[in-house]
Design a protein around this ligand. Structure first.
Ligand code: URA
Length: 234
């Protein structure tokens, strides 16, 4: 058993002070009943706790969707630049890390977690999880380039990519769907067909879609459904 405010803060719904306020305002239900008493004791594993219509899952594992802004490094430490974890507050001792990397200037969907097993599985080269990026580019994406992408484009170091798909949106804008995550992969694939990426944003990662209500630098916990969908990729 634990205090309701402690449980909510632990699960990332705000600081102790903030969650106490939510409880007092009547936003929190335990087993269907509004609880306004912040030192109410809950059985964190078995009681059904709901805050603002969201089921609270007491779990040692944390899963966060971040809309990564330009200028941040996808790492847990960097000597010179800000890191993506600098954008996340309230989980300081939870050993969070980003699942894979987006370049410093790439924006969009980045999963942050402390679930090493899930991360390992999602990043495994054997898994071939679709990643979809929106991009702006210079140059012309020709019919030949489409064919090369579909057959496996060859990068500057001789590596032959898995088949990928490119969708032209309008002049200089497109979407690319890839199944791998090699270093600078999209930029290098585009270079291999004579184009230069000027802007890159990840919009999907496997079953996860970037939540368009998140501004750059904002994040939210994944829903239970999103977590389950990700685990199905394992
Ligand atoms: N491909 C790139 O070139 N950069 C990224 O950040 C992600 C994919």
């Amino acid at each position: 058993m634990m205090r309701l405010d402690k449980m909510l803060a632990h699960c990332g719904y705000g600081s102790r002070k903030e969650v106490k306020e939510y409880i007092r305002k009547g936003y929190v239900l335990v087993n269907g009943e509004v609880i306004t008493d912040d030192d109410y004791k809950v059985d964190e594993k078995n009681d059904e706790v709901v805050i603002a219509n969201q089921n609270v899952c007491y779990d040692e594992m944390i899963y966060i969707m971040l809309n990564k802004p330009d200028g941040y490094i996808s790492a847990t430490y960097d000597a010179n630049d800000p890191i993506v974890l600098d954008l996340i507050s309230g989980y300081e001792k939870r050993n969070l890390f980003p699942v894979g990397r987006l370049d410093k200037d790439t924006e969009g969907l980045l999963l942050i977690t402390n679930d090493g097993k899930l991360a390992h599985n999602l990043l495994s080269p054997k898994k071939h999880i679709d990643k979809i990026y929106y991009l702006k580019f210079e140059g012309e994406f020709t019919k030949k380039a489409h064919e090369l992408f579909e057959n496996g484009v060859i990068l500057d170091d001789g590596y032959m990519c898995m088949p990928a798909k490119f969708i032209n949106l309008r002049n200089g804008e497109g979407k690319i769907i890839i199944k791998e995550g090699k270093y600078h992969q999209v930029k290098r694939m585009m270079e291999a067909v004579g184009c230069r990426v000027t802007y890159l944003k990840r919009i999907e990662f496997g079953p996860l879609k970037l939540d368009e209500t998140l501004d750059f630098g904002e994040y939210r916990l994944l829903t239970l459904e999103e977590i389950n969908d990700l685990k199905k990729c394992e």
